[in-house]
Design a protein around this ligand. Structure first.
Ligand code: SAH
Length: 383
């Protein structure tokens, strides 16, 4: 047994309530012989007030607070580094049990604040242009570790919420207008659909009125295309969707997104169409397309992409490739990206070039690395 294991074993003696959604929390209170309405009170304290200590929960009886302190805890990863970029983007490095660490990024904009959340320690998909992939894969994050990123960021960004714990007598709801984090994207480290159960439980908390109360429109899962999981997702929580397509045909996609060999483009786009079938409220999904010089950025590729996506309810996000040490690709020239965008635009698509954020602190897309003890359980290897 190494020292990391012993730390996590000691730490896991109590039940961590941080990752429990409402149903799970109700089941927990029933199991310990308490009324299920306690679940709502405790959820509010944890997620709306950022409480990490049961003694703070002033509308819960003294006896129950004592009982909870004995058997349960509210435990989040510890922030071990915080970096702020010149454009206001903040990146946190958080230490997990077991000696790994993950990265979470906050991107402020004029009218919103987006948190980019990780779902796994490393990634097993091995996309050649992504720095997380180079780190290998260690494990899935628990639902607590996923929602903790929101919880920790909220506390770090909004110290007033902490003060409000002291002021609040009855666990009143935080004013939603003062929210700092208005959107969450699961676009950090890892493939969210390969950690399905934990991601879904964390999303339940993001959407839950008694927790973060975000609308489905404001929570986005980005996936490289795990087709069966995408079909399941539609049944359990159909949040907004972004697809990492990155190529207009299987030949190119097989090379840069190896998962394509398992779930080729046709199957993926059919699953996207299914995701939207029978729902008039959802408008469109996002197609992500990283611009790699000489690989997928020709005018022919743009026309091919326009033909491929015909009749699909999507908008296209062109992502300038963000380099990282030893990356074997180059970003397309700005002129090429603009030309690519114009072709899509003329074909009738909404195509935007994603603004690179947090570049000076390596917080941009594909630059998140954390610290991953690689166990290399990769799904499909490059040939
Ligand atoms: N596994 C998920 C989510 C993580 S990556 C997915 O594949 O969608 C989030 C987005 O950043 C994806 O679109 C991914 O392809 C893109 N990305 C990865 N590396 C990049 C890089 N170096 N430059 C620009 N975008 C990158």
């Amino acid at each position: 047994m190494n020292s990391d294991t012993s730390v996590s074993q000691i730490a896991s003696a109590k039940v961590n309530l941080l990752g429990y959604d409402l149903a799970h929390m109700k089941a927990f209170f029933t199991e310990i012989g308490e009324k299920p309405f306690r679940a709502v009170q405790v959820l509010k304290w944890i997620h709306q007030f950022g409480a990490d200590d049961f003694t703070q929960m002033s509308n819960v009886s003294q006896a129950l607070r004592k009982k909870l302190s004995k058997i349960a805890e509210i435990r989040a990863p510890e922030i071990i580094a915080e970096q702020k970029a010149s454009d206001g983007t903040i990146k946190w490095l958080m230490r997990l049990d077991g000696g790994n660490s993950i990265e979470t990024v906050y991107i402020p904009e004029d009218n919103r604040g987006t948190l980019c959340v990780s779902s796994q320690v490393g990634c097993a998909l091995d996309c050649g242009f992504c720095s997380t992939a180079k780190q290998g894969f260690n494990r899935n994050l628990t639902s607590a570790e996923i929602i903790a990123q929101l919880w920790v960021a909220n506390r770090a960004l909004n110290p007033l919420a902490q003060a409000s714990i002291a002021q609040s007598k009855h666990g009143k709801v935080q004013d939603s207008k003062n929210r700092v984090i208005t959107n969450v994207v699961l676009m950090g480290m890892g493939e969210p659909l390969l950690n399905f159960e934990n991601v879904v439980e964390a999303i339940h908390l993001m959407l839950e009125d008694h927790a973060y109360g975000l609308s489905k429109r404001r929570v986005t899962i980005s996936t490289a295309g795990v087709v069966p999981a995408l079909r399941r997702l539609r049944e359990v929580c159909d949040v907004s969707l972004a697809i990492s397509l990155h190529a207009p045909n299987d030949q190119i996609r097989n090379k840069i997104v190896p998962l394509n060999k398992k779930y080729p483009i046709k199957e993926l786009l059919e699953a996207c169409r299914f995701y939207f079938s029978g729902d008039t409220k959802k408008k469109q999904f996002t197609v992500e397309y990283v611009m790699l010089a000489g690989i997928n950025d020709s005018e022919k590729n743009a026309h091919e992409l326009a033909a491929l996506l015909k009749k699909l309810p999507c908008k296209i996000n062109l992502i300038p490739f963000n380099p990282f040490p030893n990356s074997e690709f180059d970003c397309s020239k700005m002129q090429t990206i603009n030309r690519f965008k114009d072709i899509l635009y003329k074909a009738g698509y909404v195509a935007v070039i994603r603004k690179t954020r947090g570049e000076d602190i390596d917080a941009a897309c594909g630059q998140l690395a954390g610290k991953v003890k690689d166990k290399s359980r990769r799904i499909i290897r490059h040939r």
